[in-house]
Design a protein around this ligand. Structure first.
Ligand SMILES: O=C(O)CCC(=O)C(=O)O
Length: 376
């Protein structure tokens, strides 16, 4: 265990901070270069991860094999792990009641949200009120996108995922394929999306935004911000981005990751994922713990901005994605964050002589200029 912690520290120090759309994924520069070289080989005969998976490889192409200290190993693969500890599930039905409605269910819900944010930094939410039609259409669009011939998917491929001009944008940094783009009001760039994606994504994102506003107000209220002020803190979730991931079956899941260990730079992220396959793991009390999506649930992952606002009371959760030897998984991550130049600091009432400020006042642009290009 100590050894694990030591290794993790080395990982963080020696890794280049390499941003995903939602945060920072720690990927070694050498590994990135190797993946790109592999991808470009054979005079443009590029193979995306889905095509590699379909070939029925017994061994993982070396470009996808992580350095030993980053490999999840057998004990953390999805087929072996039997951890009884699971992130919490919170019923958020009472958050849809009129603001200020009296009753025990809302305060019980806020208490459950607070516990999940303090102890885990992740929770599944049920009775979230998101229209089922929006979810169904979004799944259908994602599936149709990933079924496009590889030449059509490759039109969006961008060798340098840090390139802010590449929107929308396709990457295969781990054992995955990812389509990502900025919030939908960026019509100037998102019109490049295939026509069949546009409406479902727009509809889905409108639903996500409604939910994000409620979750944000609940988190603020659970941190002791008065109801009126909690609702006026909507700026926490005023910017957004979306990543749609496909993780095909992987020939050697113990050697690779779908998404590397990282935290999100967001306020929080809302994740929709294939049910009952698993793949997302969170670091909890020094151990990687499997998260398994329940039927109809959405997952909330806390990010760095919520940790900063709460002066460390709530924590931005470290997470990664392991792959499955025979099953595919799809996930749709919607990232919510404040405007990138907004200076965020711990809420004043959470700072006193017993709780000195743990974070300086700073903006996303100050801390992670490369990733912030994505949301600007
Ligand atoms: O696919 C998942 O479960 C997580 C994706 C993720 O961590 C990300 O997009 O930053």
């Amino acid at each position: 265990m100590l050894e694990d912690i030591r290794k993790t520290k080395i990982t963080l120090k020696s890794m280049v901070r390499f941003p995903t759309a939602g945060g920072k994924e720690h990927v070694e520069e050498g590994k990135v270069a190797q993946l790109h070289a592999f991808f470009r080989k054979e005079g443009g005969a590029k193979e995306l991860v889905q095509e590699l998976a379909r070939r029925g490889l017994q061994r993982l192409p070396p470009a996808y094999v992580l350095p030993a200290f980053q490999q999840p190993g057998l004990s953390h693969s999805l087929t072996q792990s039997s951890s009884a500890v699971r992130p919490p599930t919170v019923d958020v039905a009472s958050l849809h009641e009129a603001a200020g409605a009296k009753g025990g269910s809302r305060s019980a819900c806020l208490a459950a949200v607070s516990r999940a944010c303090q102890e885990w930094g992740i929770m599944q939410v049920v009775n979230h009120g998101v229209a089922q039609g929006a979810i169904r259409e979004m799944w259908a669009a994602a599936q149709r996108f990933f079924e496009l011939p590889s030449e059509a998917r490759l039109r969006f491929y961008e060798a340098d995922p840090r390139n802010p001009a590449a929107v929308p944008h396709y990457t295969t940094l781990g054992w995955r394929e990812t389509l990502r783009f900025r919030g939908l009001w960026d019509a100037a760039t998102n019109h490049q999306l295939p026509a069949f994606c546009r409406e479902p994504i727009q509809h889905y994102q409108a639903e996500m935004t409604k939910l994000a506003l409620k979750i944000n107000a609940a988190m603020m209220e659970s941190l002791g911000v008065s109801l009126g002020n909690a609702q006026s803190m909507a700026c926490n979730v005023s910017k957004t981005g979306v990543s749609i991931h496909l993780y095909p079956p992987c020939p050697e899941p113990s050697l690779a990751l779908g998404v590397g260990d990282h935290k999100d730079i967001t306020s929080f992220t809302i994740l929709l994922e294939t049910e009952q396959v698993g793949g997302l793991q969170v670091l909890h009390n020094g151990q990687w713990v499997n998260h398994m999506a329940e039927k109809g649930a959405l997952t909330i992952l806390l990010g760095d901005q919520m940790e900063r606002l709460s002066n460390g009371k709530y924590h931005s959760v470290r997470h990664r994605v392991v792959t499955h030897p025979s099953k595919s998984r799809t996930s749709i991550a919607t990232f919510f964050l404040p405007p990138i130049y907004s200076k965020i600091q711990p809420l004043p009432h959470l700072v006193d002589s017993f709780h000195p400020p743990l974070y300086q006042k700073s903006s996303i642009a100050d801390t992670l200029p490369l990733a912030s290009n994505w949301f600007n």
